[in-house]
Design a binder for this molecule. Sequence first.
Ligand SMILES: Nc1ncnc2c1ncn2[C@@H]1O[C@H](COP(=O)(O)OP(=O)(O)OP(=O)(O)O)[C@@H](O)[C@H]1O
Ligand SMILES: [Mg+2]
Length: 349
Amino acid sequence: MPENQILDGGADQEERAVEAALRPKTLADFVGQHKVRQQLELVLHGAKGRGAAPDHILLAGPPGLGKTTLSMIIANELGMPIRITSGPAIQHAGDLAAILSSLSEGEVLFLDEIHRMSRPAEEMLYMAMEDYRVDVIVGKGPGATAIPLELPPFTLVGATTRSGLLPAPLRDRFGFTAHMEFYDPIDLEQVVHRSARLLDLDVDAEAAAEIASRSRGTPRIANRLLRRVRDFAEVKGDGRGTVEAARAALAVYEVDERGLDRLDRAVLGALLNLFGGGPVGLSTLAVAIGEETDTVEEVAEPFLVRQGLLARTPRGRIATAAAWRHLGLPMPRTAPGAGQDALFDGASD
Ligand SMILES: Nc1ncnc2c1ncn2[C@@H]1O[C@H](COP(=O)(O)OP(=O)(O)OP(=O)(O)O)[C@@H](O)[C@H]1O
Ligand SMILES: [Mg+2]
């Protein structure tokens, strides 16, 4: 993983393998997301009581918040097997028909990145979700015939990082949508403690708090930073996850107290030092720090906006008063947002 991506919410193949070992297996073991957990508990226990498959479930939220984890927990809580596939893996409606027709009764079908499925497959899915039936088209052209195929009742669990991209007819066919939120630091501390136990690493409360507060509300990042702290403790320290080891390790990876990394600080630094706090266009800002516009827009900005450090305006990007404070620079009177100090205060700290 490139160094400036240590705080990216996504994960590569290698990391996903490491993650499997850290996944909670039951709802009770799933940290945080109290609302979603409570809602899911009702849906699952209700269905179990009736001895029927529950409604189809959509899990929506940013990367690394636990969608894949929850899908496995759902199958586990129902005591049913799970079949795992993803939108990009389903190129043709036939691919989907093959999967659907081989499901057993009550099985959970996990469709990751459901917003990336092809249109014909999507239309087949509508009918399968509603009527437990698909029409398999045999042949081509005028001679083609549709053979109806009955499916056993199953539960579809869809996951998406972009629920806005789902067509309404698909969204409407889910009986329940879980909106995953970023985690509070308190919950992330628990994630860190839990993972440390599984990794057989001794982490003290202060170190866990330190890691949690820099993890951008994302369990995947908390687990990743924890592994970097473990490396540091083993190589440079006495093997224990103390707060000193945590701070030193995170300094090596250039993750600051607020969870900003090198890229985030480069964006803010250029905005303040070169453009007086803005407004400045996205592409100018990207060129100034030698990055692609996509990287600035998709990797750095969402977090900076969420932190109340940067704002997107029709005239360009501007820094807030909190951004000047975070980089320890005096805010010029003429800077945009200078008059709004009170507005941005409280909201950002
Ligand atoms: N509530 C939680 N409690 C403990 N660990 C969690 C929790 N949520 C996520 N994790 C951990 O975070 C990591 C990432 O979770 P997961 O793979 O489920 O995220 P995701 O939402 O599916 O991400 P993506 O959108 O990239 O597929 C896993 O290692 C998982 O164990
Ligand atoms: Mg996932």
